[in-house]
Design a binder for this molecule. Structure first.
Ligand SMILES: [Zn+2]
Length: 384
C-alpha cells in the first residue's frame, strides 16, 4: 500500500472548543483579518474572545460565494492593515476566502497569477500566513483541505487556488456552532458531508487511511443526519455531523472525489444552487450509473464490492445489496426535501454544456470508472 496524507497542522474538535480561540490566536499573531459570513452565525462571542486576547481585528463579510474580485479586495485590505493572522468563522465560502487571503499575504503578486484555468496557474511558493478555520456548518470539510474555491462570474465557472501551503494551521471544529442552523442548511450541508465520505471511498486514489475515515463518516451520517434535520439541538446528532464533515474533508483532500462533485462544480458555476443539495440529488444516480458502467466494462473491478459495503453501512443491514443503498440515498433526499435540478433553472437545453464542462472537472477524473458523455447525459436527464 502506498499513500500520501496531509492535513491541517492541528485539529481541535468538541463542544465548547471555541472558547480556546483567544489563547490559540495570540500565539500566532497580533493583527487578525476576521472573515465572517453575512448572514451567518453570531460572531459576537469570537470577537470578544479575540478582543480579550489583545488581538486587533479587521473584519470582512462574505455575503455570497467568493469571487476573484471579492477575494482580491480582502487581500488588499489584509495587506494594507499588515495582518499577520487570518481567521475564518463561517461556512465553506468564509473558510475558502480566508484560506486564499492567508496564502496571498505571504506570496507576492495578484490572486489571478496563481489561479488555474483563468489565470497564469503559478504555484504558491511560500507557506501561507497562519490561518485558523472555524466551521459553523457541517458540510464542506474545508477546514482541513488545501484548496479555496473561487467563482469567476463572467466565465460562469469556479476555479481553485490550491497548494499544500494552504492547509490551515488550526481547525477548531465545535459542533455547538451548528445547533442554530436551519433545517434546509442542515440538509444540504449534511448531504455534502455524506457525499464526501462516499466518493473518496471508491475513487481511484482510495487508500487504507482514508477508508477508515469514510467508513466511520458513513456510519455517523447514516444514524444522525435525519435526527439533526428534525431537531437542531440534538447534541449527539450535531456532533456526528460535524465529525462526518471533518472526516469528509480529510478524505477528499487525500483521495479525491467523483462524478457527483464533477457535475456539481459546473452546475454551481452556471446556476445559483446550494452545493450540498446538488451533490445530494446527483449521488444516487451517479452511484447507479457507476455500478452499471462497472458491471458492463469492468465486472472484475473490486470497487463493486465497495458499493455493497456502502449499502450495508448506510442501511445497517449485512444483507443489503447495492440497489438497497441507492434506494436508501434517494429516500434520504426525499426526507430532507432536496429539490430537483430544474428548481434552480436547469433545463434540457443546458445539459450539453453541463456535460462538456463536467467531463473536464477534476473530480470527474477520480471517478471509479470513466463515464461516457452519453452516460453523463443520462444521469442529468433523470434529475430534471
Ligand atoms: Zn462537496
Amino acid at each position: 500500500m502506498n499513500f500520501d496524507f496531509s492535513t491541517a497542522t492541528q485539529i481541535r474538535f468538541g463542544a465548547g472548543v471555541i472558547n480556546t480561540l483567544g489563547i490559540e490566536a495570540v500565539k500566532l499573531g497580533k493583527r487578525a483579518l476576521l472573515v465572517i459570513n453575512c448572514p451567518g452565525a453570531d460572531s459576537s462571542k469570537i470577537k470578544n474572545l479575540l478582543n480579550q486576547a489583545g488581538i486587533d481585528l479587521f473584519i470582512i463579510e462574505v455575503c455570497a460565494e467568493p469571487t476573484i474580485d471579492f477575494v482580491s479586495l480582502g487581500i488588499e485590505k489584509a495587506r494594507n492593515e499588515k495582518c499577520d493572522l487570518v481567521i475564518s468563522f463561517g461556512g465553506g465560502s468564509a473558510i475558502d476566502t480566508g484560506k486564499a487571503i492567508a496564502a496571498m499575504l505571504a506570496n507576492p503578486g495578484e490572486l489571478i497569477d496563481y489561479l488555474e484555468i483563468v489565470g497564469k496557474g503559478q504555484s504558491i511558493k511560500l507557506p501561507a500566513k497562519p490561518f485558523i478555520a472555524i466551521p459553523t456548518t457541517a458540510g464542506t470539510g474545508s477546514e482541513v483541505t488545501k484548496n479555496a474555491v473561487i467563482a469567476v462570474p463572467d466565465r460562469q465557472i469556479k476555479v481553485s487556488l490550491r497548494s499544500s501551503f494552504m492547509l490551515p494551521y488550526l481547525a477548531l471544529v465545535d459542533p455547538e456552532l451548528t445547533y442554530s442552523l436551519p433545517p434546509s442548511v442542515t440538509a444540504s450541508t449534511g448531504m455534502d458531508a455524506l457525499t464526501q465520505v462516499i466518493e473518496p471511498f471508491v475513487t481511484k486514489k482510495a487508500n487504507g487511511m482514508v477508508d477508515i475515515f469514510c467508513r466511520d463518516g458513513m456510519i455517523r451520517a447514516a444514524r444522525s443526519l435525519r435526527k439533526a434535520f428534525i431537531n437542531g439541538n440534538d447534541a449527539r446528532a450535531r456532533e456526528d455531523m460535524a465529525m462526518t464533515s471533518l472526516l469528509g474533508g480529510l478524505s477528499l483532500a487525500n483521495a479525491g472525489l467523483g462524478a457527483a462533485h464533477g457535475f456539481a462544480a459546473p452546475i454551481g458555476g452556471m446556476f445559483k444552487a446550494p452545493h450540498g443539495a446538488v451533490c445530494a440529488i446527483l449521488l444516487p444516480r451517479v452511484v447507479s450509473m457507476n455500478v452499471k458502467a462497472l458491471k458492463e466494462r469492468e465486472p472484475w473491478n473490486p470497487v463493486l464490492m465497495r458499493y455493497i459495503e456502502i449499502a450495508q453501512i448506510l442501511t445497517g443491514s449485512n444483507n443489503a445489496l447495492i440497489d438497497d443503498g441507492i434506494i436508501w440515498l434517494a429516500d434520504l433526499c426525499t426526507f430532507l426535501g432536496i429539490p430537483a435540478l430544474s428548481s434552480y433553472g436547469v433545463t434540457f437545453g443546458d445539459l450539453t454544456a453541463l456535460v462538456e464542462r463536467s467531463a473536464v472537472a477534476s473530480s470527474m477524473q477520480a471517478n471509479p470508472i470513466p463515464l461516457t458523455k452519453l452516460e453523463m447525459m443520462q444521469i442529468l436527464e433523470q434529475l430534471l
